[in-house]
Design a protein around this ligand. Structure first.
Ligand SMILES: Cc1cc2nc3c(=O)[nH]c(=O)nc-3n(C[C@H](O)[C@H](O)[C@H](O)COP(=O)(O)OP(=O)(O)OC[C@H]3O[C@@H](n4cnc5c(N)ncnc54)[C@H](O)[C@@H]3O)c2cc1C
Length: 595
């Protein structure tokens, strides 16, 4: 079974050298918190918690998943205790507002911890992930009374939170939500069914706060008639103590491909009491305020599971002896498979893309902090534009790469990867969900190419490209072969990105379906080029650090990894550009009966 060790060296490099933690720490809301002083301690302690408490439960959670017994969900062995320790350790509260008992720290520090929770135990990590989403939504749209009643307990982790959107006929298309809400005095009665609700019931927290989409009987059709309701598992008395059990019940737990430790519940509401959150008929809009955070965190899941798979594959490649060295005489000593060039190809493909994803994810977290906390409205707006543009990419690209890298992990293990005992197969099975929930890759791509790019006529993308060109220019001034190779590759990637972007901007008005047909290729192209830009920035830092002699091992490896990305990964952008500009018409050309 693979052990987990948090990659704190690279995390520290990214938050400090690429995402500029010192600038975030200097923002007015964080100045008093001594963010840069606590950062290393947080990484270290979170790393220990992930490795020592969560990781040992990952395999058990897979083998003995959450189950339904007499109407109650029983979590996997050890999860109750781990959840208690997680809450008591304050991990649930890291970036939550101070006024509700949180620590008020930046998203840039919270994001590496989410990487650790998900790498060590993705099933477990979904519980705080969804609770944070529900809290965020309530923070923005709840009444003062709702916030005072629910947020302190949700922040501490004593109460968990869920997001109840999906129904049998309303998945990607939430306009078809059918759950009903009927007013009764100061509350509503909720009736209906939701499916696939992560951690929809469990025994880890004393109460569960469900945020539920439902519609009033006279509400308009479609998305404009959906409202948001808070439905507690146990009603809360005026003094804050727990009251009667609300009739929201789990009637089934799914048997699924992966994340067995996370209960995926069918919930039935039978006259359950719910309280309106925000404005009537604006429920979906309200949910969307937390969607960016949730989607970033699913992108982080792709990164996390990829890193866990890489760690396992690397350890195995160092110990599995098979074959002879390329140059050695047959009959000499057999070698560990890490000596074979093709195994190196797999490990470098994993490592370089993981580092690119990490830099991408944390950079988006930086944009979020700037957008929410900078004192200058212009800076907030520019950063929010990057968040809007890049969220579908970070979610889609990282979750797709999570699967690819977990699959490479299985390949490095050979046959031992395909059997379950090594854990490599579990990572691949777990990784598979991240491209589906919180909006499939197709939905992210439609959001990117059909909405985000168009709504500002490509302005945010142009600003992003300008930042990339600045790095290309810096590379032109840097010395040495590495910088030269990386500069050429980045330049070609930027050209491919701008060419594909221009094509979409000029085509979409005439034929949106052709653009939708290639939108996932476009999303992946943006992901590879953003990754290349971040690795190029990393290479520049590495060169400077090497010149001063600082941490030579780490920075030498960073430079090699960045160059590998430039030579072996980034050229995919050019192929994707051709697919974008050429592929849409044929994708749609067959009549349905020709399939
Ligand atoms: C393990 C698990 C946990 C989940 N947790 C939660 C949760 O906590 N809360 C919650 O509310 N939901 C949850 N979900 C539901 C999840 O968000 C949905 O499964 C997801 O949004 C996709 O919806 P669907 O399954 O109905 O697929 P569909 O919408 O039927 O999609 C099927 C396929 O069609 C494509 N497609 C559909 N519409 C379009 C379109 N307009 N354009 C292009 N392509 C399209 C999709 O990309 C996909 O490939 C969970 C699901 C799973 C499996």
């Amino acid at each position: 079974m693979t052990v987990y060790s948090a990659p704190t060296r690279d995390m520290s490099f990214v938050i400090n050298e690429l995402a500029g933690l010192d600038e975030i720490a200097a923002l007015p809301d964080f100045q008093e918190l001594g963010v840069t002083d606590v950062a290393e301690a947080i990484l270290e302690e979170a790393g220990k918690f992930a490795a020592e408490v969560l990781a040992p439960l990952n395999w058990g959670g897979d083998q003995q998943g959450a189950r339904l017994e007499n109407g109650n969900v029983i979590s996997s062995p050890g999860f109750i205790d781990a959840y208690k320790k997680f809450s008591e350790g304050g991990w649930n509260a890291l970036s939550a507002p101070l006024e509700f008992g949180g620590q008020g720290l930046p998203e840039l520090l919270n994001t590496p911890t989410y990487e650790m929770w998900n790498a060590s135990n993705m099933s477990f990590a979904l519980a705080p992930l969804l609770g944070a989403g529900a809290s965020e939504c309530l923070k923005h749209h709840g009444t003062d009374e709702q916030k005072a009643t629910y947020l302190p307990k949700m922040t501490s982790g004593e109460w968990a939170g869920t997001m109840d959107l999906t129904e049998p006929a309303a998945g990607s298309d939430l306009s078809n939500v059918k759950c009903k809400a009927v007013q009764e005095g100061d509350h509503y009665r909720i009736n209906g069914q939701k499916i696939f609700i992560s951690w929809g019931d469990h025994d880890m927290a004393e109460n569960i706060i469900h945020l539920v989409l439902a519609r009033l009987p006279d509400a308009p059709e479609g998305v404009k008639g959906i409202s948001l309701f808070l439905v507690p598992k146990f009603l809360v008395n005026p003094d804050g103590s727990l009251g009667a059990r609300n009739p929201v019940n789990c009637v089934g737990v799914e048997h699924k491909l992966g994340i067995h430790g996370s209960a995926t519940c069918t919930l039935v509401y039978e006259d359950a009491i719910g309280y309106l959150v925000g404005k009537l008929n604006q429920g979906l809009m309200h949910m969307f305020t937390m969607m960016n955070e949730a989607r970033l965190k699913v992108g982080v899941q792709g990164l996390a599971i990829a890193d866990r798979a890489y760690q396992g594959a690397l350890a195995y490649a160092k110990e599995r002896v098979q074959g002879f060295p390329m140059k050695g005489a047959r009959g000499g000593h057999r070698v560990a498979i890490i000596k074979h060039p093709d195994v190196r190809r797999m490990l470098m493909t994993m490592k370089s893309q993981i580092e690119a994803m990490r830099a991408f994810n944390y950079t988006v977290a930086r944009y979020m902090d700037m957008a929410a906390h900078h004192s200058d409205a212009g800076v907030r707006k520019a950063n929010q534009a990057q968040v809007e543009l890049l969220i579908p990419v970070v979610k889609g690209w990282c979750s797709e790469l999570g699967i690819e890298i977990a699959s490479l992990g299985v390949q490095v293990f050979g046959g031992m990867g395909f059997v379950e005992e090594t854990g490599a197969a579990q990572h691949l099975r777990d990784a598979r969900i991240a491209t589906i929930y919180e909006g499939t890759t197709g939905i992210q791509a439609a959001d990117l190419a059909g909405r985000k790019l168009i709504m500002d006529k490509g302005a945010a993308m142009a600003a992003l490209v300008a930042d990339m060109r600045a790095v290309e220019e810096q590379l032109g001034k840097a010395k040495g072969d590495d910088a030269a190779v990386i500069r050429v590759s980045l330049g070609e990637g930027i050209k491919a990105l701008t060419s594909a972007t221009d094509w979409i901007l000029s085509t979409i008005a005439q034929d949106a379906s052709v653009v939708m047909a290639i939108s996932v290729n476009y999303l992946m192209l943006v992901g590879y080029v953003v990754g290349g830009w971040q690795m190029a920035r990393a290479a520049l830092v590495a060169q400077n650090k090497l010149a001063t002699g600082e941490d030579a091992d780490f920075y030498e490896a960073k430079l090699v990894t960045a160059r590998f990305y430039a030579e072996q990964i980034l050229p995919k952008a050019i192929a994707l550009m051709h697919a974008v500009k050429g592929g849409g018409t044929t994708t749609m050309a067959l009549r349905e009966e020709q399939f």
